[in-house]
Design a protein around this ligand. Structure first.
Ligand SMILES: [Cu+2]
Length: 466
């Protein structure tokens, strides 16, 4: 793992050898070291060195927070701080997050564990952490002003509780929430079942849905935006910067999706049928599940779905709100379908600027192809971008690819590249003279008269007062 250690006064920066391997000095100190990661690449799953075994999760473009044991307490250390996050190659955002990243690292533990979580505030304003969905003592719930005093800048608070239930939870501030969440402060908290066979899967992916509003050419999100965001992200990344989900054919797979944006996201996956097996309220009994291909993830909720990956190929996994699979600029581009470009150019050049370039009179697909060549401010991503093996993909935002392949090694999450389709299994172009001019036949019978005759009566002049 590419982890560097956060330096604390009096602490040495030791190399991280394993999840629970911390330096003797750190073990002796009251406060555990806080691991930091800044790479936007997915880090390998973190297997537990001691205690009950489980299949660890992988976080798209993220990592799991190492811990240490202190007696029978599992100790973690989160640092709330400003971070720089690469949204996709070509764009960095100045966000707030935890331990070097937004979203923060995933916390993993086991049902029945006693956890002690240190939270240090390196933000310019106060914060707290709320453990979303967790069953815990009221005073550990993290609602600033209500269940605890705020954590002032430079201070460290300690949260301690026992993990009563396995499942999928989240963490985020409950202090100046609109600003702090708009700045990217959030993370996952996965509690594995104590029985390693219960709800066992072969691959377990997690990611958070978040929205940012960053003007083209700028770096900091506009924190007062309520709904009209322009970057729709999985784990503060947009297509084509989002990790693909590498899966071995035959694997049982879980995908856990948390929504801490301000709008719902219908998440759709191609090629397989799945069932929701867990919400942030716990596991869904088998008798209460039904098959789906799209699952709406409401605001402030988590949905985990499972499927057996039995069909090899490249399968899209994306939000079905089509403007959520686009990047910035999406909102201000007018519809020009059917408009004659020549007239438009003449008119608009006169009105606006001699360099005006119209887009999209025959649809906007041309932007997918030429997006990267268009003049844009620095630190701005094309609205539609990305190339597959057959051409431009015309996507952005909340879009990634599930890649099911034969014979991957267990826990190998490396991108296997584009699917090699077996001969004769790809949609093909008809090459005959008639291809562009199909023979047409009217299917409906044109009627001679409209069914109901209507007479339009000219309205009288305006009402005149007495
Ligand atoms: Cu969406």
């Amino acid at each position: 793992m590419k982890l560097s250690r956060r330096k604390f006064v009096g602490f040495s920066a030791a190399t991280l050898a394993g999840a629970a391997a911390v330096s003797g000095r750190a073990r002796a100190a009251a406060i555990p070291e806080a691991a930091t990661a800044t790479s936007p690449s997915m880090q390998p799953p973190l297997f537990p060195p001691t205690g009950p075994t489980y299949q660890p999760v992988v976080t798209l473009n993220g990592w799991t927070l190492p811990w240490r044991m202190n007696g029978d307490w599992k100790e973690f250390h989160l640092v709330a701080e400003p971070v720089v996050r690469e949204i996709a190659p070509g764009m960095n955002a100045h966000l707030w997050g935890y331990n070097g990243q937004s979203p923060g690292p995933t916390i993993e533990a086991v049902e029945g564990d006693k956890v002690r979580i240190f939270v240090t505030n390196k933000l310019p304003e106060h914060t707290t952490i709320h453990w979303h969905g967790m069953l815990l003592p009221s005073g550990m719930d993290g609602v600033g002003g209500m269940t605890q005093p705020h954590i002032k800048p430079g201070k460290t608070f300690v949260y301690e509780y026992e993990l009563k239930k396995s499942g999928t939870f989240m963490y985020h501030p409950h202090a100046d929430e609109m600003v702090q969440m708009a700045m990217g402060m959030m993370g996952f908290f996965v509690v594995h079942p104590r029985d390693p066979q219960f709800m066992r899967v072969d691959r377990d992916f997690v990611f958070l849905l978040n929205a940012l509003d960053i003007d083209p050419g700028s770096y900091v999100p506009k924190v007062m935006t309520m709904l009209d965001h322009n970057l729709w992200t999985f784990n503060s990344r947009v297509f084509p910067g989002i990790d693909h989900l590498a899966i071995r054919k035959g694997d049982r797979v879980r995908v856990r999706i948390g929504n801490l944006s301000m709008t719902a996201h219908p998440i759709h996956m191609h090629g397989h049928h799945f069932s929701v097996t867990c919400t942030d309220g716990g596991w869904v009994p088998e008798s209460a599940r039904w098959p789906e291909t799209t699952i709406d993830v409401p605001v402030g909720a988590m949905r985990a779905y499972e499927f057996v990956a039995d069909v090899p190929g490249d399968w899209a996994l994306h939000c079905h709100k089509s403007h959520h699979t686009m990047n910035a600029m999406g909102h201000n581009v007018k519809t020009f379908i059917g408009v004659d470009k020549r007239d438009l150019v003449r008119t608009v050049r006169g009105l606006v600027s001699p360099d005006y370039m119209p887009m999209g009179s025959a649809g906007m697909a041309e932007m997918g192809e030429h997006g990267a060549d268009m003049p844009m401010p620095d630190n701005t991503l094309p609205m539609m971008t990305g190339f597959g093996q057959f051409g431009p993909m015309e996507m952005g935002g909340m879009f990634t690819v599930v890649k099911v392949r034969e014979g991957l090694a267990a826990n190998d999450y490396k991108d296997p590249g584009w699917y090699k389709h077996p001969e004769g299994t790809v949609a093909w172009e008809l090459q005959t003279a008639a291809a562009g001019e199909p023979p047409r036949r009217r299917y409906d019978k044109p009627t001679a008269k409209p069914a109901v005759e209507m007479k339009v009566i000219k309205p009288r002049g305006g009402h005149k007062g007495h």
